[in-house]
Design a protein around this ligand. Structure first.
Ligand code: GAL
Length: 976
């Protein structure tokens, strides 16, 4: 069958070609002396269920739009009360038959009437620019059709000067949700149609540039920058600070400070043509792969990156400037130095801010065809279908031309998850020809014919290490293998930040810092795409896939970011900040020194001040500044700490050294903590676990032991002094599975969350085998096991007491052939709801798990139980504090319970619901505080890993079932 002739009859929105009528792509800039008029604002809007369901009469001057509604442009109509958003990850939410789309094709007609400002110039041309429309549009001005376009996150411009009038211009835009372009836009995100970026009318004076290309390189051997601005009309380029004044097309060299993400030095300049003066912000830098390493200005870069989708909970992918800036400030404050613009070019103003504030950018094209992976050999994949090649090349051109003058953009990425195909090679060839000054990236063709990087997603640590050593498994074809082996390596995605986690960041970072070939990675992803919803009683929660009536969806896989949807940093971001800190501080308390290593790629340490604090049992007893030399990148120095303060006492003595910003920067104020390190001088003595001074005695109420009262039949602790326990102390091994515990569906054999459920760890029964008083101890023997299983855990509780303290030693002995780890191992108890104030001495202030504890700093902390909770969009285990020496829960009158660690510090968790309730909840508002504060004191926790998309916990963080013993002390505390 001749598909071409059949396609020729297809309507424009099913035509795989790039569209018609638009002007050639060109550089985007935010200002010039040419007039511009924003057409953002309220537009008249009508939604139809099909592409051709409504007539095009609305394009006429005198069209009757009575009865139409209104939408805000930029915006998505589905977030403004018309239709609904829908989330799928890989699946296309429509039958796959490219380039055809469903007849049910929500179509938004938009209309806006505008006047030209009084001072709008009469001469010259005008263009109408759309910075982003999803997914296909047809445009009319004053009744004349301008053309059609696809390519949602790319700009399209139309010449309109001949059509404009002073007053009453009618701009009409028909937007279809589905188009041939939708096959190229299968990114893992909400489907959100609409005119979601700016619409602007731009005056183009006579003799103004159609386009210009700023080439600004840096030679690190001479310290000079070379500038050349190519432009289609003659003009002059001036950079006053450098004394440069040269013609377009001419080259000039001058000593400069180079641009890097750490030192984003920009020089203000101007491109002056007869028709237009355009401000330039020039960053001199040279990037490229040299000897198998990606370098900027002659030095290798280590990407401490993140994948960023554009997302705002209220406005979807329509982002205002403040939100863009907030994203970058948050990244900079968390030591992030690079962004991959997954998986489309962002709003161009975002890149302005990356230039200004300093981030390395992988600018990724608006392209993903992942849904074809379900068919044999990716049958039908548009990147291997020549009908789509012009559209692919058009997308590459629109990205490169728009963003080519950005110093922050150092790598062009062809797209994401499209398998392999000649269309990708055509894109790469065009890009290399147009802009040889940057590298090209593509991950999903594992032969890497078109990529300057060996790039992977979610590769486990062991494999990354092999790649670092250049000892990876060879490709079958020796030539391809040699090519791949010569490439630098990045993880364009790793550490899936879904729910609690990601675990294992420190171990990745250690690899990146060990092997030159490993140039870092980009955590998946920046922000949870949760959309706000309300319960019937008005409480707000964040919804995810399936909450909007979708027949096909991927649930909360859309909430996998380092930020919660409202941009509150999640514990994962705090952890990432610590793991990637660009200064390493390691103490040697015995020698009284601390070693400082500058891990920046370019900056010395002169922008930082150092300070020390000496703490005893978490209380600061002395502090002061620390003089550290302005070390060059990569350099280390051993710095003497002051003599420990004399008033040390018996407690645990710890040095904390911090590196803080010495001065205000554009992204954080002086004093902002960039890095820190802690080292213990001496550990605190631990209370002896046994050897009580008081013996148990049986009485009418039960068994009394010190201030404790126990049930004689079950051996359960009922009361401690004045505290009546809601639930006794007993063994607990279960946690509400995290997204990482549940794992991704394609990892069937490794997922522990489902195995725990199968095994019944959430329904363990406690059989009492004996309650005995023996000398000074009360011993309770139990067997803890789920129905239908022959696996079990013998748990013996040995209680002793002094006058005011109960001590407990728990001995756990597994029975049977356990083949999967435990979620946790410890005890749980229930306290009255009044005990709502927590305080502890241990790791904090935020949550930590065995493989997410780098950011947990030893100290004293206090916060309400409610504040201990981490509000993961889909509720799951959260909120544990690590390395706890003691923890208290008190009522407002100050009375409460203190639990002190015996043999080893413990993990402390307190919440107003049970693990079962936490597990059952689907949204945060499902969690309703009960009458009990549930406290978990864990001897051990299973790691977190990153298995919601990647590898599970590393072996050292797997909580294998084994005999264990731990001890604790309980004491009633009174108000003081
Ligand atoms: C990757 C993909 C991302 C996202 C992630 C999982 O395969 O490139 O877009 O889907 O997995 O969250």
């Amino acid at each position: 069958m001749d598909t071409r002739s059949e396609d020729a009859r297809l309507p424009y929105y099913e035509d795989p070609s790039p569209g018609s009528g638009a002007l050639p792509a060109r550089a985007w800039y935010s200002a010039s002396d040419a007039a511009r008029l924003s057409l953002n604002g309220a537009w008249a809007f009508r939604l139809s269920g099909t592409a051709e369901g409504a007539d095009t009469g609305f394009t006429a001057d005198d069209a009757d739009t009575a009865g139409w509604q209104e939408v805000t442009v930029p915006g998505h109509w589905v977030l403004q009360g018309h239709g609904a958003p829908a989330y799928t990850n890989v699946n296309y939410p429509f039958p796959v038959d490219p380039p055809r789309v469903p007849t049910e094709n929500p179509t938004g007609d938009h209309r806006r009437v505008f006047d030209l400002p009084a001072d709008w110039p009469a001469a010259g041309e005008c263009v109408l620019r759309f910075d982003g429309v999803e997914s296909a549009a047809r445009v009319w001005l004053n009744g004349q059709e301008l053309g059609t376009f696809q390519g949602s996150r790319l700009p399209h411009e139309f010449a309109v000067g001949h059509l404009l009038r002073e007053r009453g211009n009618v701009l009409a835009v028909r937007v279809h949700q589905w188009s041939a372009g939708s096959y190229l836009e299968d990114q893992d995100m909400w489907w959100l149609p609409g005119i979601f970026r700016d619409v602007t009318l731009l005056h183009r004076p006579e003799h103004s540039p159609a386009d210009f290309f700023v080439h600004a390189g840096y030679d690190h051997t001479t310290g000079t920058g070379t500038l050349r601005v190519d432009c289609d009309v003659p003009g002059r380029v001036t950079v006053p600070e450098l004394g440069l004044d040269l013609a377009t097309g001419e080259e000039a060299t001058a000593p400069v400070e180079p641009w890097t993400a750490e030192t984003p030095r920009l020089y203000d300049g101007e491109l002056d043509t007869e028709g237009e003066r355009i401000p330039l912000r020039i960053g001199f830098r040279t990037v490229g792969v040299e000897d198998g390493v990606f370098k900027a200005n002659g030095r290798p870069i280590l990407f401490r990156g993140v994948n960023r989708h554009e997302f705002h909970p209220e406005t979807g992918r329509a982002l205002d400037l403040d939100t863009m800036r907030e994203d970058i400030l948050l990244m900079k404050r968390h030591n992030i130095n690079a962004v991959r613009t997954s998986h489309y070019p962002p709003h161009p103003a975002f890149l302005d801010l990356c230039d200004e504030l300093g981030l390395w950018v992988i600018d990724e094209c608006d392209l993903e065809t992942h849904g074809f992976c379900f068919f044999e050999d990716w049958r039908g994949n548009p990147v291997a279908d020549e009908r789509f090649t012009p559209a692919l090349v058009d997308r590459a051109q629109r990205m490169v031309e728009r963003d080519k003058n950005r110093p922050s953009v150092v790598i062009w990425s062809l797209g994401n998850e499209c398998g392999a195909g000649a269309g990708l090679s055509a894109m790469a060839a065009w890009i290399r020809d147009r802009d040889p000054s940057r590298a090209v990236h593509y991950e999903n063709d594992y032969d890497y014919p078109d990529s300057d990087f060996y790039s992977r997603m979610y590769a486990p640590h062991a494999e990354v290490e092999l790649i670092g050593r250049r000892e990876e498994e060879p490709l079958a074809d020796p030539e391809l293998d040699a090519h791949r082996r010569s490439l630098p390596f990045i993880l364009c995605e790793y550490a899936h930040a879904m729910g609690n986690g990601p675990g294992g960041l420190s171990e990745y970072q250690r690899l990146f810092e060990t092997y030159e070939r490993l140039q870092g990675g980009f955590v998946w992803e920046w922000i949870d795409h949760g959309l706000p919803r309300r319960t019937p009683d008005g409480r707000v929660y964040f919804g995810y896939g399936g909450d909007f009536g979708e027949e096909l969806h991927d649930g909360n896989f859309v909430c996998d970011g380092l930020l919660f949807p409202d941009r509150t940093p999640s514990p994962g971001l705090i952890e990432y900040k610590k793991v990637i800190e660009p200064v390493r501080i390691t103490g040697d308390p015995a020698a009284g020194t601390v070693t400082i290593t500058n891990g920046h790629d370019f900056a010395d340490l002169s922008h930082l001040a150092f300070e020390w604090v000496h703490e005893i049992d978490g209380e600061a007893v002395a502090s002061g500044p620390l003089t550290v030399p302005a070390l060059a990148p990569g350099a280390s120095a051993e710095v003497k700490l002051p003599a420990p303060p004399a008033a040390g006492g018996e407690g645990e003595a710890v040095w904390t050294v911090r590196a803080v910003l010495a001065h205000d920067t554009p992204w954080a104020a002086a004093g902002h903590v960039v890095a820190w390190g802690q080292s213990a001088v001496k550990a605190a003595p631990r209370p002896a676990p046994a050897g009580g001074a008081v013996a148990p005695s049986r009485g009418a109420d039960g068994i009394a032991l010190g201030r404790g009262l126990f049930d004689p039949a079950s051996g359960a602790l009922v009361r401690l002094g004045g505290i009546t326990l809601d639930e006794p102390v007993r063994l607990d091994v279960w946690r509400a599975p995290t997204d990482n515990d549940m794992g991704a569906a394609w990892q069937a054999d490794l997922r522990y969350g489902p195995r725990w459920a199968e095994l019944g760890l959430h329904r363990m029964r406690h059989r009492i085998d004996g309650v005995a008083t023996d000398g000074d101890a009360l011993t309770v023997r139990t067997r803890v096991a789920p129905a239908a299983s022959n696996l079990g855990l013998r748990a013996d509780y040995r209680w002793t007491a002094s006058e005011d303290e109960l001590r407990l030693t728990v001995t756990v002995t597994p029975e049977g052939e356990w083949s999967c780890p435990l979620p946790r191992l410890g005890i749980r108890l229930g306290l009255p709801a009044a005990f709502g104030q927590a305080s502890w001495y241990g790791g904090g202030p935020g949550e930590a798990y065995p493989d997410t504890r780098a950011a947990s700093r030893l100290g004293r902390y206090a916060m309400p139980v409610d504040a201990l909770q981490t509000p993961y969009v889909r509720p799951q285990e959260n909120g544990a504090r690590s390395d706890v020496r003691w923890a208290e829960l008190r009522a407002d009158d100050g009375g409460g319970l203190r639990v002190t660690a015996g043999s080893a510090p413990f993990w402390f968790t307190a919440r107003r619901w049970t693990s079962a309730e936490l597990d059952a909840a689907e949204h945060t508002t499902d969690l309703v505080p009960g009458d009990t504060v549930w406290v978990n004191i864990d001897h051990a926790q299973h790691g977190i890993g990153s298995q919601s998309c990647g590898p599970g916990p590393l072996p050292q963080y797997v909580l294998n079932v084994a005999a264990a013993e731990f001890s604790l002390a309980f004491r009633e505390v009174t108000g003081s």
